[in-house]
Every structure is written in C-alpha cells, then in structure tokens.
Design a protein around this ligand. Structure first.
Ligand code: FAD
Length: 476
C-alpha cells in the first residue's frame, strides 16, 4: 500500500537535533514553508535524547565564532533560567576553550517555542523510513508513526539525522569511520548522579593532580544569578581507584579513567565515561547490543563511584540517556570532502557557509586510553576553518542538503566539527541554503554561495568574509 499523503512543504528537515533545529529556524525565517520531523517527542538531539552536554564551545580561544541563530538559542535559554551561557574553560585541553551548561528540560521547551514562533510545523514521534526520490532528486520523506506510513512531500530535504539516514536511503555514497578498518568513534551511555557532595569531590580533584590526566575549571564572563553560582569543573582520571577496582573485581567500563563534570544543578554530576566500541549505530542489532552494554557499564560505574569516589557515598543515578550516544556513523560524500589538513591548517574557502574551530577529538575506537594515549587524538587547529557549501551538497543527488555531523567530511575532520557549537552553525548554513534554493527555484548544487552567505549574514551569522557578503564562486 502506498503511504498516505501528509503534507506538502518547501523544505522538510529530518531530525530535530542542534543542526535540524537551527536549520528549520533559518529556513522558515528565510521564507520557506518548513516541516521539522523528529523521532522523539521533543527537540535537541543528543543533548536532550542522550543527556550529552554541555554545549562545547562557540569559540576559538576567546574569539566567538558561532553567533547568529545559535547564539539566540543560548540567549533564550539564559532568559528562561536554562543556561549558564558560555563559561571559559581553564585549561582548555580536553574540553575546548568554552562550555555552556544547559538544563535539558528548559531546552526542550525553548526549542518548541522558537520553532513555533518561526512558523516551523512540527511532526514528532515520526521515524524517517525512506526518501522519496524522483529523477535523481529527493522530493520528500516517508515516515512511520502512530498514524501509519505517511508521505511528506517537499521541494527540498535537509538531512539532519546525524546518521545521514535520508541520504543513505536515497542512494548517496558514504564512508564509514576511519580509513583502513572502518571503525568509528565509540558510543557512550551518559548518566547523571544526584546527591553528590561536590565539595568533597572537588577537594579530592584539587588535592591529587597526579591521579588525573587533566582537570579544568570553568569561569563565567559575567556574574551568574545566585542560583547558578557554584563551581563548574570537569575532570578525567581517578586512575588509582579504577586500577584498583579492575584488579580486585574486574571492573570494566571500556576505559581506564573516569570522565565526569559538574552540571547546572549543584550536587548533580554527569558521567561521559562509558565506552562501547566496534558497534554501528545504524545497524539495529548492533545498536541494541550497544544499549545493553551501555546500561551495564553505566550501572557498574555508578556502583563503583558510590564505593570508591569521594563525595558519592549518598549519591544515586538520577537519569540516563534515552539512548546510547552515537559519536560517529556515516560520512555522506558531497561535492567536497573536508579533510584533516583543512581543519588543522584553519583553511579558508570562498564558498564558506559555516566555521569550525574545535580540536580534532577522536576517542579511541578500540582501546581504553584517554585523550592522547593509545588510538585517541586531540589536535588543536591553527585557527578557525571554513566549512564550504560544497560539503552540504551530496554527490549525484538533487533536492537534498546535508547538515550537522553527517556532512561530507573525513573521519578526522568530523572529529572536530562533530561538537554542538559547530553542528548549530552547520544547521544554520543548511537552513539558509535551503531557503535560498526555494526562493530561486534551483537545486542545491546550482546555488550561488554569495546569496547563501548574504542570507546567513542577514541572519547574524559571522562568516568572517573580508569586507562584504560576496563569495567569489558558486558551487562548481
Ligand atoms: C557520547 C557523546 C558525547 C558528546 N559530548 C559532547 C559534548 O560534551 N559537547 C558537545 O558540544 N557535543 C558533544 N557531543 C557531540 C554532539 O552531541 C553531536 O555531535 C551533535 O548533537 C550533533 O548534532 P546533529 O544535529 O548533527 O545530530 P544529533 O544530535 O544526533 O541529532 C539528530 C536528530 O535526528 C533524530 N533522528 C535521527 N534519525 C532519525 C530518523 N531516521 N527519523 C527521525 N528522526 C531521526 C534524532 O532523534 C535526533 O534528534 C557528544 C556526542 C556523543 C555521542
């Protein structure tokens, strides 16, 4: 049976994570009739689904690179009492130069408000099962939900599923993981513990630096309201306790250190510490196995924290991710594949539509080591780098724009652009590109990059273009 026609829009955005949310806002504000489809009952992506956070920097050193609609989201969160805003991270190693804490529940509400105000139509609890492809162009999506199988027809689709689900279903070429063995970064089940004596925990961290690979403190640039005024920190280590528990009782969380940090709420600590390697988030059986292993590790780690770590004596698990967090999956091949050298050298491109800045941060796909040891990587770029429009245009397919972490980039380049600050900026770029394509009645590969840049600048993005909005070339 054919799917039932649900709607006809200019733009359908698949996935309501940081990229999809900002893409939908940019497209709708740019005049396109926009539908945003999400499999869960709320927006925010990994931040709200998998408890990932805080927002990694919008900054390179002290220079704020991501502005525009993503910064408006932060401002709205602050106004709603749902974010600390950008806190400076000292030292930046391990975390990046700034972080912005947020409250997941307030984020979910603010995201709804912003989408509704912009005129974005939402379709929640709807899983993108297929792409509607006509004559080599994506002209909508097929979703499954409580209503059955629905067709969402559109002129353009933005793939912000993180995994490139739309592009893959439509037949776009893609790469998996790193060259050679095709392994991707490990997955992680995030969880939080409440009722932690953070004073005791912090005192231990400060008094035993040799037990840690790194620790950072975070400082506000403006005074925080009294209810948010606490010590913010991140630490990776507790090497001695982990080694002891491994030896005594076979404790196993896939890595030999614990990475934890404060949250917006005093007494609540979040763990970014479990490690599930060698499984694919796009294979249902492997994804299921990852959930089982992620939960096993999370509960084992909570029990370990309770018994071994200072300050956790009366703590309990207060939340876990609704799903295991997937760092890396398909890299859809576009008109340009962003490379590690582009990132590390801080390269500029005439058709820049977003800018990246975060270190190449690759968690070891196979081993248990921290940030630089074993197969892990942490390389700071020489400066912010450009993400060209061509990375958003899939090879050989019309009617489709890539967004967020599934844009056209190598495993190493993805290691930098995958964080939320950049995902927001890429989302902004794809939404603006979609709006211009609709206005002009052209396919993404026919876009004049200068027009996309002009709309981005009108929407307060900073592309660091000398003097004016003008790009020097269209997408080849
Ligand atoms: C374990 C882990 C730790 C991380 N730590 C940090 C950190 O500390 N700071 C930071 O800034 N970033 C961090 N990141 C990175 C960051 O969370 C992601 O890279 C970022 O969320 C990518 O944004 P996105 O919009 O591209 O994809 P996602 O956030 O994955 O959003 C994709 C959205 O699409 C929806 N979706 C997917 N498939 C379908 C489908 N078929 N049908 C319908 N909906 C679908 C999903 O439900 C989701 O809402 C971490 C990521 C992970 C996994």
């Amino acid at each position: 049976m054919d799917p039932v026609l649900h709607s006809e829009s200019d733009v359908v955005v698949a996935g309501g994570g940081p990229a999809g949310l900002i893409a939908a806002l940019a497209a709708a504000r740019g005049g396109a009739r926009t539908l945003l489809v999400e499999q869960y009952g709320f927006l925010g992506g990994m931040a709200t689904v998998a408890s990932v956070g805080p927002f990694s920097p919008f900054h390179y050193d002290d220079q704020q690179i991501t502005v525009g609609i993503p910064q408006q989201l932060i401002d709205r969160l602050i106004a709603a009492g749902g974010s600390t805003g950008h806190l400076k991270c000292v030292p930046e190693y391990g975390s990046g130069s700034y972080m912005a804490y947020f409250d997941r529940e307030i984020y979910k509400q603010v995201a709804f408000e912003m989408a509704t105000e912009a005129g974005v139509r939402l379709l929640l609890h709807s899983f993108v099962a297929d792409a509607i492809v006509e004559n080599g162009a994506v002209r909508g999506l097929e979703v499954t939900n409580k209503s059955g199988r629905l067709a969402l027809r559109s002129r353009l689709v933005v793939d912000a599923t993180g995994d490139g689900d739309v592009a893959a279903r439509a037949g776009a070429p893609f790469q998996w993981g790193r060259p050679g063995d095709e392994l991707a970064q490990p997955m992680t089940m995030f969880f939080e513990m409440a009722n932690v004596d953070t004073g005791r925990l912090k005192a231990y961290i400060d008094s035993t630096p040799d037990d840690f690979e790194w620790t950072s403190n975070l400082y506000p640039r403006q005074p925080l309201p009294p209810w948010l005024n606490q010590r913010y920190f991140v630490a990776q280590g507790f090497r001695r306790a982990v080694a002891e528990a491994k030896k005594k009782e076979g404790f196993d969380i896939g890595r030999d250190t614990v990475l934890l940090q404060s949250t917006m709420r005093e007494g609540v600590i979040v763990f970014n510490s479990t490690r599930i390697g060698k499984l694919r988030g796009t294979d249902a059986d492997q994804f299921t196995a990852a959930e089982l292993e992620g939960r096993r590790q999370a509960m084992a780690l909570a029990d370990f924290a309770h018994r071994y770590l200072p300050g956790f004596e009366n703590a309990y698990v207060s939340s876990t991710g609704a799903q295991v967090g997937v760092r890396e999956s398909r890299h859809i091949i576009g008109e340009y594949l962003l490379q590690q050298e582009d990132v590390v050298e801080g390269r500029r491109f005439p058709d820049v539509v977003a800018r990246g800045f975060f270190p190449v941060d690759i968690h070891d796909p196979t081993g248990s080591k921290g940030y630089t040891a074993g197969g892990s990587t942490w390389i700071k770029p020489k400066g912010p780098y450009d993400i060209p429009l061509r990375c958003l245009v899939p090879k050989g397919l019309d009617g489709l724009l890539l967004s967020g972490r599934n844009i056209s980039a190598s495993h190493a380049a993805h290691g930098s652009l995958r964080v939320q600050g950049t995902a927001f900026a890429i989302g902004h770029a794809s939404g603006a590109a979609a709006a211009v394509a609709i206005r002009r009645g052209v396919e993404p590969r026919q876009l004049d990059a200068a027009e996309v840049q002009a709309l981005l600048i009108e929407q307060e993005a900073n592309l660091d273009l000398e003097g004016s909005n003008s790009a020097r070339m269209a997408v080849p």
